[in-house]
Design a protein around this ligand. Structure first.
Ligand code: AMP
Length: 510
Protein backbone atom coordinates (compact mmCIF):
# COMPACT_ATOMS: atom_id res chain seq x y z
CA UNK A 1 0.00 0.00 0.00
CA UNK A 2 1.20 3.47 -0.91
CA UNK A 3 -0.61 6.35 0.73
CA UNK A 4 -0.77 10.11 0.23
CA UNK A 5 0.32 10.44 3.87
CA UNK A 6 3.78 9.44 2.64
CA UNK A 7 3.32 6.00 4.07
CA UNK A 8 4.28 2.76 2.37
CA UNK A 9 3.67 -0.80 3.50
CA UNK A 10 4.95 -4.01 1.97
CA UNK A 11 2.47 -6.85 2.29
CA UNK A 12 4.52 -8.20 5.15
CA UNK A 13 4.44 -4.89 7.01
CA UNK A 14 0.76 -4.44 6.30
CA UNK A 15 -0.06 -7.90 7.59
CA UNK A 16 1.94 -7.31 10.76
CA UNK A 17 0.20 -3.97 11.39
CA UNK A 18 -3.23 -5.53 10.80
CA UNK A 19 -2.47 -8.37 13.20
CA UNK A 20 -1.35 -5.99 15.94
CA UNK A 21 -4.54 -3.97 15.61
CA UNK A 22 -6.65 -7.12 15.50
CA UNK A 23 -5.05 -8.28 18.76
CA UNK A 24 -5.53 -4.77 20.17
CA UNK A 25 -9.25 -4.99 19.40
CA UNK A 26 -9.41 -8.36 21.16
CA UNK A 27 -7.61 -6.89 24.18
CA UNK A 28 -10.41 -4.33 24.45
CA UNK A 29 -12.95 -7.11 24.61
CA UNK A 30 -14.45 -6.36 21.20
CA UNK A 31 -16.35 -9.54 20.38
CA UNK A 32 -17.34 -11.27 17.15
CA UNK A 33 -20.31 -9.40 15.68
CA UNK A 34 -19.75 -6.16 17.64
CA UNK A 35 -20.05 -2.98 15.59
CA UNK A 36 -17.19 -0.52 15.16
CA UNK A 37 -17.81 2.69 13.21
CA UNK A 38 -15.28 4.38 10.96
CA UNK A 39 -15.70 8.01 9.94
CA UNK A 40 -12.87 9.34 7.84
CA UNK A 41 -11.74 10.23 4.35
CA UNK A 42 -9.30 7.85 2.63
CA UNK A 43 -6.09 7.16 4.53
CA UNK A 44 -3.84 4.25 5.48
CA UNK A 45 -5.58 3.91 8.85
CA UNK A 46 -8.89 3.22 7.11
CA UNK A 47 -7.42 0.20 5.35
CA UNK A 48 -5.75 -1.10 8.52
CA UNK A 49 -9.02 -0.84 10.43
CA UNK A 50 -10.89 -2.57 7.58
CA UNK A 51 -8.64 -5.64 7.69
CA UNK A 52 -8.15 -5.70 11.46
CA UNK A 53 -11.90 -5.69 12.13
CA UNK A 54 -12.54 -8.36 9.49
CA UNK A 55 -9.80 -10.51 10.97
CA UNK A 56 -11.53 -10.62 14.36
CA UNK A 57 -15.08 -10.88 12.98
CA UNK A 58 -16.09 -7.36 13.96
CA UNK A 59 -18.69 -5.55 11.85
CA UNK A 60 -17.20 -2.37 10.45
CA UNK A 61 -19.79 0.38 10.03
CA UNK A 62 -18.77 2.72 7.23
CA UNK A 63 -19.78 6.31 7.83
CA UNK A 64 -19.82 8.73 4.96
CA UNK A 65 -17.23 11.44 5.69
CA UNK A 66 -19.72 14.00 4.41
CA UNK A 67 -22.23 13.02 7.09
CA UNK A 68 -23.07 15.60 9.67
CA UNK A 69 -24.15 15.09 13.27
CA UNK A 70 -27.73 13.97 12.79
CA UNK A 71 -26.76 11.40 10.15
CA UNK A 72 -23.88 10.04 12.20
CA UNK A 73 -26.02 9.85 15.30
CA UNK A 74 -28.60 7.91 13.32
CA UNK A 75 -26.11 5.45 11.83
CA UNK A 76 -24.22 4.84 15.10
CA UNK A 77 -27.45 4.37 17.02
CA UNK A 78 -29.14 2.22 14.39
CA UNK A 79 -26.13 -0.09 14.12
CA UNK A 80 -25.47 0.05 17.90
CA UNK A 81 -21.78 0.79 17.59
CA UNK A 82 -19.56 0.18 20.63
CA UNK A 83 -16.51 1.93 19.29
CA UNK A 84 -15.95 4.71 16.79
CA UNK A 85 -12.66 5.47 15.06
CA UNK A 86 -12.46 8.71 13.16
CA UNK A 87 -10.18 11.22 11.50
CA UNK A 88 -9.66 14.26 13.76
CA UNK A 89 -10.48 16.80 11.05
CA UNK A 90 -10.64 17.14 7.29
CA UNK A 91 -11.06 20.42 5.45
CA UNK A 92 -14.13 22.03 7.03
CA UNK A 93 -15.14 18.86 8.88
CA UNK A 94 -14.21 18.94 12.55
CA UNK A 95 -14.90 15.29 13.36
CA UNK A 96 -13.69 15.71 16.94
CA UNK A 97 -16.21 18.46 17.63
CA UNK A 98 -19.03 16.59 15.91
CA UNK A 99 -18.24 13.37 17.79
CA UNK A 100 -18.22 15.31 21.08
CA UNK A 101 -21.78 16.41 20.31
CA UNK A 102 -23.04 13.07 19.11
CA UNK A 103 -21.31 10.53 21.38
CA UNK A 104 -23.45 11.22 24.47
CA UNK A 105 -26.57 10.61 22.39
CA UNK A 106 -25.57 7.10 21.25
CA UNK A 107 -26.41 4.71 24.10
CA UNK A 108 -24.15 1.86 23.01
CA UNK A 109 -21.08 3.94 22.18
CA UNK A 110 -18.32 3.32 24.73
CA UNK A 111 -15.41 5.13 23.18
CA UNK A 112 -14.32 7.30 20.27
CA UNK A 113 -10.73 7.19 19.10
CA UNK A 114 -9.14 9.60 16.65
CA UNK A 115 -6.37 8.87 14.18
CA UNK A 116 -2.99 10.46 14.88
CA UNK A 117 -3.43 10.20 18.66
CA UNK A 118 -1.84 8.13 21.43
CA UNK A 119 -5.23 6.44 21.88
CA UNK A 120 -5.16 5.31 18.28
CA UNK A 121 -1.63 3.96 18.69
CA UNK A 122 -2.95 2.19 21.77
CA UNK A 123 -5.46 0.39 19.58
CA UNK A 124 -2.52 -1.61 18.22
CA UNK A 125 -1.29 -2.61 21.67
CA UNK A 126 -2.02 -6.32 21.97
CA UNK A 127 -1.31 -6.51 25.70
CA UNK A 128 -1.54 -10.14 26.71
CA UNK A 129 -3.38 -11.20 23.54
CA UNK A 130 -1.05 -13.44 21.58
CA UNK A 131 -0.79 -14.32 17.90
CA UNK A 132 -2.11 -17.75 18.87
CA UNK A 133 -5.21 -16.12 20.45
CA UNK A 134 -5.82 -14.25 17.20
CA UNK A 135 -5.46 -17.44 15.17
CA UNK A 136 -7.91 -19.16 17.50
CA UNK A 137 -10.40 -16.31 17.00
CA UNK A 138 -9.93 -16.70 13.24
CA UNK A 139 -10.86 -20.38 13.40
CA UNK A 140 -14.16 -19.47 15.11
CA UNK A 141 -15.23 -17.15 12.32
CA UNK A 142 -17.79 -18.12 9.74
CA UNK A 143 -17.62 -16.68 6.21
CA UNK A 144 -21.35 -16.05 6.29
CA UNK A 145 -21.14 -13.76 9.32
CA UNK A 146 -21.52 -10.06 8.53
CA UNK A 147 -18.43 -7.86 8.72
CA UNK A 148 -19.61 -4.68 7.17
CA UNK A 149 -22.55 -2.29 7.24
CA UNK A 150 -22.81 0.41 4.61
CA UNK A 151 -25.53 3.01 4.82
CA UNK A 152 -27.11 3.68 1.49
CA UNK A 153 -29.04 6.87 1.32
CA UNK A 154 -32.29 6.65 -0.51
CA UNK A 155 -33.93 9.79 -1.70
CA UNK A 156 -36.58 9.36 0.97
CA UNK A 157 -36.58 7.93 4.47
CA UNK A 158 -33.65 7.14 6.72
CA UNK A 159 -30.54 5.52 5.26
CA UNK A 160 -30.59 1.72 5.22
CA UNK A 161 -27.66 -0.29 6.53
CA UNK A 162 -26.75 -2.83 3.85
CA UNK A 163 -25.21 -5.70 5.81
CA UNK A 164 -22.46 -7.61 4.04
CA UNK A 165 -20.59 -10.79 4.98
CA UNK A 166 -16.99 -11.90 4.44
CA UNK A 167 -18.32 -14.21 1.74
CA UNK A 168 -20.17 -11.34 0.01
CA UNK A 169 -17.43 -8.80 -0.31
CA UNK A 170 -14.26 -10.88 -0.41
CA UNK A 171 -15.56 -12.91 -3.34
CA UNK A 172 -16.81 -9.85 -5.13
CA UNK A 173 -13.48 -8.08 -4.74
CA UNK A 174 -11.70 -11.20 -5.97
CA UNK A 175 -13.81 -11.54 -9.12
CA UNK A 176 -13.50 -7.83 -9.91
CA UNK A 177 -9.73 -8.29 -9.75
CA UNK A 178 -9.93 -11.39 -11.94
CA UNK A 179 -11.80 -9.50 -14.64
CA UNK A 180 -9.21 -6.72 -14.46
CA UNK A 181 -6.56 -9.48 -14.79
CA UNK A 182 -4.68 -8.23 -11.76
CA UNK A 183 -1.40 -9.77 -10.69
CA UNK A 184 1.20 -8.67 -8.18
CA UNK A 185 2.61 -6.45 -10.95
CA UNK A 186 -0.44 -4.20 -10.82
CA UNK A 187 -0.60 -0.87 -9.01
CA UNK A 188 -4.13 0.36 -8.61
CA UNK A 189 -4.85 4.04 -8.09
CA UNK A 190 -7.91 4.30 -5.81
CA UNK A 191 -9.33 7.82 -5.59
CA UNK A 192 -12.85 6.55 -4.84
CA UNK A 193 -13.97 6.60 -1.19
CA UNK A 194 -13.31 3.67 1.10
CA UNK A 195 -16.59 4.15 2.89
CA UNK A 196 -18.21 2.80 -0.30
CA UNK A 197 -17.73 -0.64 -1.89
CA UNK A 198 -15.96 0.95 -4.85
CA UNK A 199 -13.01 1.78 -2.59
CA UNK A 200 -12.97 -0.96 0.03
CA UNK A 201 -14.11 -3.91 -2.12
CA UNK A 202 -13.33 -3.22 -5.78
CA UNK A 203 -10.22 -1.37 -4.65
CA UNK A 204 -8.77 -2.87 -1.49
CA UNK A 205 -10.13 -6.42 -1.65
CA UNK A 206 -9.41 -6.79 -5.38
CA UNK A 207 -5.81 -5.70 -4.71
CA UNK A 208 -5.11 -7.78 -1.64
CA UNK A 209 -6.64 -10.90 -3.19
CA UNK A 210 -4.22 -10.54 -6.13
CA UNK A 211 -1.12 -9.17 -4.44
CA UNK A 212 -1.50 -5.86 -6.28
CA UNK A 213 -0.53 -2.50 -4.77
CA UNK A 214 -3.18 -0.13 -3.40
CA UNK A 215 -2.23 3.44 -4.25
CA UNK A 216 -4.24 6.03 -2.31
CA UNK A 217 -3.71 9.36 -4.08
CA UNK A 218 -5.49 11.59 -1.60
CA UNK A 219 -7.98 11.83 1.25
CA UNK A 220 -10.70 12.81 -1.20
CA UNK A 221 -10.88 13.08 -4.95
CA UNK A 222 -8.72 15.73 -6.54
CA UNK A 223 -7.96 15.36 -10.25
CA UNK A 224 -4.44 16.76 -10.20
CA UNK A 225 -3.42 14.61 -7.23
CA UNK A 226 -4.68 11.53 -9.07
CA UNK A 227 -2.64 12.30 -12.19
CA UNK A 228 0.44 13.03 -10.12
CA UNK A 229 0.09 9.76 -8.21
CA UNK A 230 -0.35 7.73 -11.40
CA UNK A 231 2.82 9.18 -12.89
CA UNK A 232 4.88 8.96 -9.70
CA UNK A 233 3.80 5.44 -8.77
CA UNK A 234 3.55 4.09 -12.33
CA UNK A 235 0.00 2.93 -11.71
CA UNK A 236 -1.43 0.34 -14.07
CA UNK A 237 -5.07 0.80 -13.14
CA UNK A 238 -7.31 3.72 -12.22
CA UNK A 239 -10.79 3.81 -10.72
CA UNK A 240 -13.45 6.43 -10.86
CA UNK A 241 -17.00 7.42 -11.52
CA UNK A 242 -17.43 9.10 -14.90
CA UNK A 243 -17.36 12.63 -13.46
CA UNK A 244 -13.90 11.92 -12.00
CA UNK A 245 -12.58 10.84 -15.39
CA UNK A 246 -14.08 13.96 -16.92
CA UNK A 247 -12.25 16.11 -14.35
CA UNK A 248 -9.00 14.20 -14.95
CA UNK A 249 -9.26 14.71 -18.70
CA UNK A 250 -9.77 18.43 -18.11
CA UNK A 251 -6.70 18.54 -15.87
CA UNK A 252 -4.78 16.61 -18.49
CA UNK A 253 -5.76 19.18 -21.12
CA UNK A 254 -4.41 21.93 -18.89
CA UNK A 255 -1.04 20.26 -18.28
CA UNK A 256 0.29 17.05 -19.80
CA UNK A 257 1.19 14.19 -17.43
CA UNK A 258 2.79 10.87 -18.37
CA UNK A 259 0.06 8.26 -17.93
CA UNK A 260 1.81 5.67 -20.09
CA UNK A 261 1.88 3.11 -17.26
CA UNK A 262 -1.92 2.76 -17.23
CA UNK A 263 -3.38 -0.41 -18.71
CA UNK A 264 -6.78 -0.88 -17.15
CA UNK A 265 -9.19 0.53 -14.61
CA UNK A 266 -12.81 0.63 -13.67
CA UNK A 267 -15.46 3.13 -14.43
CA UNK A 268 -18.67 2.59 -12.53
CA UNK A 269 -21.41 4.12 -10.47
CA UNK A 270 -23.10 5.98 -13.27
CA UNK A 271 -23.37 5.73 -17.05
CA UNK A 272 -20.21 6.66 -18.93
CA UNK A 273 -20.60 9.13 -21.79
CA UNK A 274 -19.23 7.80 -25.08
CA UNK A 275 -16.87 10.73 -25.61
CA UNK A 276 -15.37 10.30 -22.16
CA UNK A 277 -14.78 6.61 -22.75
CA UNK A 278 -13.04 7.28 -26.05
CA UNK A 279 -10.67 9.75 -24.45
CA UNK A 280 -10.00 7.53 -21.44
CA UNK A 281 -8.85 4.83 -23.85
CA UNK A 282 -6.84 7.09 -26.16
CA UNK A 283 -5.53 9.89 -23.92
CA UNK A 284 -5.19 7.99 -20.66
CA UNK A 285 -3.90 4.76 -22.22
CA UNK A 286 -6.53 2.66 -20.47
CA UNK A 287 -7.04 0.26 -23.36
CA UNK A 288 -8.34 -2.49 -21.07
CA UNK A 289 -10.63 -0.27 -18.98
CA UNK A 290 -13.71 -2.10 -17.74
CA UNK A 291 -17.18 -0.93 -16.78
CA UNK A 292 -18.79 -2.30 -13.66
CA UNK A 293 -22.40 -2.12 -12.67
CA UNK A 294 -23.86 -2.95 -9.32
CA UNK A 295 -25.01 -1.52 -6.04
CA UNK A 296 -23.99 -1.58 -2.39
CA UNK A 297 -26.62 -4.23 -1.67
CA UNK A 298 -24.87 -6.63 -4.09
CA UNK A 299 -21.34 -6.24 -2.72
CA UNK A 300 -21.39 -4.25 -5.22
CA UNK A 301 -20.62 -5.66 -8.70
CA UNK A 302 -23.13 -7.69 -10.73
CA UNK A 303 -21.94 -7.12 -14.29
CA UNK A 304 -18.62 -6.11 -15.81
CA UNK A 305 -17.17 -5.66 -19.27
CA UNK A 306 -14.02 -7.62 -20.05
CA UNK A 307 -10.61 -6.30 -21.05
CA UNK A 308 -11.24 -7.18 -24.69
CA UNK A 309 -14.81 -5.97 -25.10
CA UNK A 310 -14.99 -3.45 -27.93
CA UNK A 311 -15.74 0.24 -27.51
CA UNK A 312 -19.35 -0.27 -28.42
CA UNK A 313 -19.88 -2.74 -25.57
CA UNK A 314 -17.98 -0.53 -23.13
CA UNK A 315 -20.18 2.43 -23.77
CA UNK A 316 -23.49 0.88 -24.67
CA UNK A 317 -23.46 -1.83 -22.03
CA UNK A 318 -22.28 -2.54 -18.51
CA UNK A 319 -20.95 -5.92 -19.58
CA UNK A 320 -22.12 -9.40 -18.82
CA UNK A 321 -23.09 -11.09 -15.59
CA UNK A 322 -20.26 -11.68 -13.12
CA UNK A 323 -19.10 -15.23 -12.33
CA UNK A 324 -21.45 -17.09 -9.95
CA UNK A 325 -24.10 -14.36 -10.13
CA UNK A 326 -27.46 -14.41 -11.86
CA UNK A 327 -29.05 -11.37 -13.48
CA UNK A 328 -32.54 -11.17 -14.93
CA UNK A 329 -34.62 -8.35 -16.36
CA UNK A 330 -38.26 -8.38 -15.34
CA UNK A 331 -41.41 -6.48 -16.07
CA UNK A 332 -41.75 -4.36 -12.90
CA UNK A 333 -45.52 -4.79 -12.93
CA UNK A 334 -45.80 -8.55 -13.45
CA UNK A 335 -42.37 -9.81 -12.36
CA UNK A 336 -42.12 -11.85 -15.58
CA UNK A 337 -38.77 -12.03 -17.37
CA UNK A 338 -38.93 -9.80 -20.46
CA UNK A 339 -37.61 -10.68 -23.93
CA UNK A 340 -34.03 -9.89 -24.87
CA UNK A 341 -33.65 -6.23 -25.72
CA UNK A 342 -36.78 -5.18 -23.86
CA UNK A 343 -36.30 -2.96 -20.81
CA UNK A 344 -37.40 -3.89 -17.35
CA UNK A 345 -36.15 -3.93 -13.78
CA UNK A 346 -32.68 -5.45 -13.26
CA UNK A 347 -32.64 -8.13 -10.56
CA UNK A 348 -29.58 -9.89 -9.15
CA UNK A 349 -29.26 -13.18 -7.26
CA UNK A 350 -26.29 -15.07 -5.89
CA UNK A 351 -23.51 -15.04 -3.33
CA UNK A 352 -23.19 -11.26 -3.62
CA UNK A 353 -26.63 -10.30 -2.38
CA UNK A 354 -26.41 -8.69 1.06
CA UNK A 355 -27.73 -10.39 4.13
CA UNK A 356 -30.31 -7.64 4.48
CA UNK A 357 -30.70 -4.14 5.86
CA UNK A 358 -29.47 -4.01 9.43
CA UNK A 359 -32.36 -4.43 11.84
CA UNK A 360 -34.89 -3.68 9.16
CA UNK A 361 -36.68 -6.83 8.03
CA UNK A 362 -39.46 -4.85 6.41
CA UNK A 363 -37.29 -2.86 4.01
CA UNK A 364 -35.17 -5.99 3.40
CA UNK A 365 -38.30 -7.85 2.29
CA UNK A 366 -39.22 -4.96 0.00
CA UNK A 367 -35.86 -5.31 -1.81
CA UNK A 368 -35.01 -9.03 -1.74
CA UNK A 369 -37.85 -11.30 -2.75
CA UNK A 370 -38.63 -14.75 -1.39
CA UNK A 371 -36.50 -16.37 -4.10
CA UNK A 372 -33.45 -14.33 -3.16
CA UNK A 373 -33.56 -11.82 -6.02
CA UNK A 374 -32.40 -8.30 -5.19
CA UNK A 375 -34.63 -5.81 -6.99
CA UNK A 376 -32.28 -3.02 -7.96
CA UNK A 377 -34.73 -0.31 -8.99
CA UNK A 378 -32.62 0.16 -12.11
CA UNK A 379 -34.13 -0.28 -15.49
CA UNK A 380 -32.10 -2.09 -18.08
CA UNK A 381 -32.02 -4.49 -20.97
CA UNK A 382 -30.13 -7.69 -21.79
CA UNK A 383 -29.23 -8.49 -25.37
CA UNK A 384 -28.96 -11.87 -27.05
CA UNK A 385 -25.29 -12.16 -26.07
CA UNK A 386 -26.02 -11.43 -22.43
CA UNK A 387 -24.77 -7.86 -22.37
CA UNK A 388 -26.73 -5.74 -19.93
CA UNK A 389 -27.40 -2.06 -20.56
CA UNK A 390 -28.66 0.31 -17.89
CA UNK A 391 -31.17 2.76 -19.24
CA UNK A 392 -31.77 4.63 -16.00
CA UNK A 393 -33.29 4.39 -12.61
CA UNK A 394 -36.89 3.32 -12.90
CA UNK A 395 -37.84 6.53 -11.17
CA UNK A 396 -35.49 8.71 -13.26
CA UNK A 397 -37.36 7.93 -16.41
CA UNK A 398 -39.12 10.95 -17.81
CA UNK A 399 -42.55 10.45 -19.30
CA UNK A 400 -43.29 13.30 -21.65
CA UNK A 401 -46.76 13.17 -23.07
CA UNK A 402 -46.64 9.37 -23.12
CA UNK A 403 -43.14 9.15 -24.58
CA UNK A 404 -40.65 7.43 -22.33
CA UNK A 405 -37.48 9.46 -22.24
CA UNK A 406 -34.30 8.08 -20.73
CA UNK A 407 -32.11 10.91 -19.44
CA UNK A 408 -28.93 9.06 -20.34
CA UNK A 409 -29.57 9.21 -24.04
CA UNK A 410 -29.90 12.99 -23.99
CA UNK A 411 -26.92 13.42 -21.67
CA UNK A 412 -24.85 11.39 -24.11
CA UNK A 413 -25.90 13.63 -26.93
CA UNK A 414 -25.33 16.94 -25.14
CA UNK A 415 -21.82 15.94 -24.17
CA UNK A 416 -20.86 15.52 -27.83
CA UNK A 417 -20.94 19.33 -28.08
CA UNK A 418 -17.31 20.51 -27.80
CA UNK A 419 -18.23 23.24 -25.33
CA UNK A 420 -20.14 20.93 -22.98
CA UNK A 421 -18.15 19.36 -20.14
CA UNK A 422 -21.00 17.43 -18.57
CA UNK A 423 -24.79 17.29 -18.63
CA UNK A 424 -27.53 15.97 -16.38
CA UNK A 425 -31.08 15.58 -17.57
CA UNK A 426 -34.17 15.50 -15.38
CA UNK A 427 -37.91 15.67 -15.82
CA UNK A 428 -39.71 18.82 -14.75
CA UNK A 429 -43.46 19.33 -14.41
CA UNK A 430 -45.11 20.70 -17.49
CA UNK A 431 -48.70 21.88 -17.93
CA UNK A 432 -49.03 20.52 -21.45
CA UNK A 433 -47.02 17.28 -21.41
CA UNK A 434 -47.23 16.35 -17.74
CA UNK A 435 -43.46 16.25 -17.67
CA UNK A 436 -40.83 17.68 -19.91
CA UNK A 437 -37.08 17.50 -20.33
CA UNK A 438 -34.69 19.85 -18.58
CA UNK A 439 -30.89 19.77 -18.79
CA UNK A 440 -28.35 21.06 -16.30
CA UNK A 441 -25.12 21.68 -18.18
CA UNK A 442 -21.53 22.45 -17.22
CA UNK A 443 -19.78 24.40 -19.97
CA UNK A 444 -16.08 24.61 -20.69
CA UNK A 445 -14.39 27.49 -18.94
CA UNK A 446 -14.87 30.64 -20.96
CA UNK A 447 -17.73 29.30 -23.09
CA UNK A 448 -20.52 31.77 -23.69
CA UNK A 449 -22.99 29.37 -25.22
CA UNK A 450 -26.64 30.17 -24.62
CA UNK A 451 -29.62 27.97 -23.89
CA UNK A 452 -31.00 28.66 -27.37
CA UNK A 453 -27.73 27.70 -29.10
CA UNK A 454 -27.54 24.39 -27.30
CA UNK A 455 -31.19 23.64 -28.06
CA UNK A 456 -30.43 24.44 -31.69
CA UNK A 457 -27.61 21.88 -31.55
CA UNK A 458 -30.20 19.27 -30.56
CA UNK A 459 -32.96 20.14 -32.99
CA UNK A 460 -33.11 17.78 -35.89
CA UNK A 461 -30.40 15.61 -34.37
CA UNK A 462 -32.41 14.02 -31.60
CA UNK A 463 -36.17 13.43 -31.50
CA UNK A 464 -38.09 16.63 -30.84
CA UNK A 465 -39.54 15.37 -27.57
CA UNK A 466 -36.03 14.78 -26.26
CA UNK A 467 -34.78 18.29 -26.97
CA UNK A 468 -34.53 19.90 -23.52
CA UNK A 469 -37.31 22.43 -23.13
CA UNK A 470 -35.11 24.18 -20.58
CA UNK A 471 -31.36 24.27 -20.22
CA UNK A 472 -29.63 25.86 -17.27
CA UNK A 473 -25.89 26.24 -16.80
CA UNK A 474 -24.06 25.49 -13.58
CA UNK A 475 -20.43 25.24 -12.53
CA UNK A 476 -20.88 21.95 -10.70
CA UNK A 477 -23.54 19.40 -9.91
CA UNK A 478 -24.65 18.48 -6.40
CA UNK A 479 -22.81 15.21 -5.76
CA UNK A 480 -22.72 12.45 -3.19
CA UNK A 481 -19.32 11.61 -1.75
CA UNK A 482 -19.19 8.62 -4.07
CA UNK A 483 -19.38 10.98 -7.00
CA UNK A 484 -22.95 10.33 -7.96
CA UNK A 485 -24.92 13.28 -9.15
CA UNK A 486 -27.89 13.88 -6.88
CA UNK A 487 -30.67 14.16 -9.40
CA UNK A 488 -33.26 14.79 -6.74
CA UNK A 489 -31.34 17.94 -5.78
CA UNK A 490 -31.28 19.02 -9.41
CA UNK A 491 -35.05 18.60 -9.43
CA UNK A 492 -35.30 20.75 -6.31
CA UNK A 493 -33.03 23.35 -7.93
CA UNK A 494 -35.21 23.32 -11.03
CA UNK A 495 -38.25 23.94 -8.90
CA UNK A 496 -36.55 26.85 -7.16
CA UNK A 497 -35.43 28.27 -10.51
CA UNK A 498 -38.98 27.96 -11.76
CA UNK A 499 -40.33 29.86 -8.77
CA UNK A 500 -37.72 32.55 -9.17
CA UNK A 501 -38.45 33.09 -12.84
CA UNK A 502 -42.13 33.24 -11.94
CA UNK A 503 -41.41 36.06 -9.50
CA UNK A 504 -39.30 37.87 -12.11
CA UNK A 505 -42.06 37.47 -14.64
CA UNK A 506 -44.58 38.93 -12.21
CA UNK A 507 -42.33 41.82 -11.46
CA UNK A 508 -41.69 42.41 -15.13
CA UNK A 509 -45.39 42.33 -15.79
CA UNK A 510 -46.01 44.78 -12.96
P1 AMP B 1 -24.58 2.50 -4.84
O1 AMP B 1 -25.39 1.59 -3.99
O2 AMP B 1 -24.26 3.80 -4.20
O3 AMP B 1 -23.36 1.81 -5.34
O4 AMP B 1 -25.43 2.91 -6.12
C1 AMP B 1 -25.89 1.91 -6.98
C2 AMP B 1 -26.58 2.52 -8.16
O5 AMP B 1 -25.66 3.22 -9.02
C3 AMP B 1 -27.20 1.48 -9.06
O6 AMP B 1 -28.44 1.04 -8.56
C4 AMP B 1 -27.29 2.22 -10.38
O7 AMP B 1 -28.43 3.05 -10.40
C5 AMP B 1 -26.05 3.10 -10.38
N1 AMP B 1 -24.96 2.50 -11.15
C6 AMP B 1 -23.93 1.77 -10.68
N2 AMP B 1 -23.09 1.42 -11.68
C7 AMP B 1 -23.59 1.91 -12.82
C8 AMP B 1 -23.19 1.89 -14.19
N3 AMP B 1 -22.06 1.31 -14.58
N4 AMP B 1 -23.98 2.49 -15.09
C9 AMP B 1 -25.11 3.09 -14.71
N5 AMP B 1 -25.54 3.18 -13.44
C10 AMP B 1 -24.81 2.60 -12.49
Amino acid sequence: MVCHQRRRFTYDEFNAAVDLMARGLMRRGIAVGDRVGIWSPNCAEWVLVQYATAKVGVILVNLNPAYRTSEVEYALTQSQCRLLVAAPTFKTSDYRAMVAQVAPLVPTLEESIFFESPEFDGLSDPGAVTAADLAARGRRLDPFQPINIQYTSGTTGFPKGATLTHHNILNNGFFVGELCRYTEADRVCIPVPFYHCFGMVMGNLACTSHGATMVIPGPAFEAQAVLTAIAAERCTSLYGVPTMFIAELEALDAAAVDLGSLRTGIMAGAPCPVETMKRVISDMHMTEVTICYGMTETSPVSTQTTFDDDLEHRVRSVGRTHPHVEVKIVDPETGEIVSRGVSGEVCTRGYSVMQGYWNDPQRTAESIDADGWMHTGDSGTMDADGYVAIVGRIKDMIIRGGENVYPREIEEYLITHPEVVDAQVIGVPDARFGETVMAWVILRTGSRMTEEELQQYCRGRIAHYKVPARIAFVEEFPMTVTGKVQKFKLREMAQEEGLRSQVTDDRDAG
